[in-house]
Design a protein around this ligand. Structure first.
Ligand code: IDP
Ligand code: MG
Length: 139
């Protein structure tokens, strides 16, 4: 058994559009377990830590502004291979290209904004998951 944990965020566009339940439902019906959940307003300092790898990129500032534009929901989900499993449920970054059947492919589209609005975040590796879970759910 290799039970992993991943950090999922429902971004402000997802919360605004009332898609928190839909996202949770897809995670649960896939068979993953919800381990922790909180609604919060992310501040710049927290987002700087979370998105450290993107500092300096052209979409970084619009990304931070977008992520501060309303409440977000942070979720820890667990299960065997949940990190890649949730990335698969989410679909690729660009919602126009995300496959139908995925969260981003079904529920998001290009909004013509500087930052891609795509409903969810999911950790991309065990190292990122551990780091990101500690940011949103510090011990
Ligand atoms: P991911 O969320 O699919 O892992 P990342 O490359 O980690 O994608 O980027 C983090 C977030 O930044 C994306 O989910 C998206 O909201 C935004 N983003 C990424 N690349 C671009 C881009 O080229 N233009 C605008 N926004 C972007
Ligand atoms: Mg990423």
């Amino acid at each position: 058994m290799n039970i992993e944990k991943t950090l999922i965020l429902v971004k402000p566009d997802g919360v605004r559009r009332g898609l928190v339940g839909e996202v949770i439902s897809r995670v649960e019906t896939k068979g993953y377990a919800i381990e922790a959940l909180r609604l919060l307003n992310a501040d710049r300092g927290l987002l700087e830590k979370h998105y450290a790898e993107h500092i300096g990129k052209p979409f970084y500032e619009p990304l931070v502004e977008f992520m501060m534009s309303g409440p977000i929901v942070a979720i820890v989900a667990s299960g065997n291979r949940v990190i890649e499993g949730f990335r698969s449920l989410a679909g690729v970054t660009d919602p126009t290209l995300a496959a139908p059947g995925t969260i981003r492919g079904d529920l998001a589209r290009d909004q013509g904004t500087k930052v891609v609005q795509n409903i969810v975040h999911g950790s991309d590796s065990p190292e990122s998951a551990a780091r990101e879970i500690e940011i949103f759910f510090p011990k």
